[in-house]
Write a protein that binds this ligand. Structure first.
Ligand SMILES: [Zn+2]
Length: 143
C-alpha cells in the first residue's frame, strides 16, 4: 500500500488478514502464527506486517475486501446499497467484507449497522455464477 493508512485502515486490514488466516498460514513471524493475529504494523505507512507475506494477487484480494469493508461501514448506513450482488463471486467478496465490518464497526454506528445487516439478510441469493461479465439487465429478456 503506497498511501499512508490511518488507524481504522490498519485495524481493518489486520481483520481482513485474520479472516483469510494469513497470520497462521503465511506469516513468517512466530508470534503471528501462534496468536493467529497480526498485531504489528509498519509505523511508516500503518500497514500490518503480515501484508509483507503476500504476493500481488493475494494483496489485491486483501485490498478489495478492505475497500468493500470501508464502503459498507460508511455507505451501508444509508441502506441504499445492500452489498448483495447478483453475481456469486462478488457476493463472496461482499460476505467477507461484511464479516470484517462486523468486527470493526464503531460503537456509535452499531445500531444502524445492525439495521443494515437485517435488511441485507433478506436479499435473495446470487442469481448468476462467477464474476460479472455482462450487466444482468442485458441478459434478461426484454418485453
Ligand atoms: Zn505476521
Amino acid at each position: 500500500m503506497s498511501r499512508n493508512t490511518n488507524e481504522f485502515c490498519t485495524t481493518t486490514l489486520a481483520r481482513v488478514l485474520e479472516l483469510l488466516a494469513v497470520p497462521q498460514m503465511l506469516c513468517r513471524r512466530r508470534s503471528c502464527r501462534r496468536m493467529g493475529r497480526c498485531r504489528r504494523y509498519f509505523p511508516s505507512n500503518g500497514e500490518p506486517c503480515c501484508m509483507r507475506n503476500l504476493n500481488a494477487e493475494q494483496r489485491a484480494l486483501v485490498e478489495a475486501i478492505h475497500n468493500k469493508t470501508s464502503m459498507i461501514i460508511y455507505f451501508g448506513r444509508a441502506k441504499t446499497e445492500l452489498y448483495a450482488s447478483e453475481w456469486s463471486d462478488m457476493r463472496d467478496l461482499e460476505d467477507a467484507a461484511v464479516e470484517v465490518a462486523r468486527c470493526v464497526c464503531p460503537d456509535w454506528s452499531r445500531k444502524t449497522f445492525n439495521a443494515f445487516l437485517r435488511a441485507r439478510a433478506k436479499a435473495p441469493p446470487p442469481e448468476f455464477e462467477g464474476d460479472m461479465v455482462v450487466p444482468p439487465a442485458l441478459l434478461r429478456p426484454r418485453p
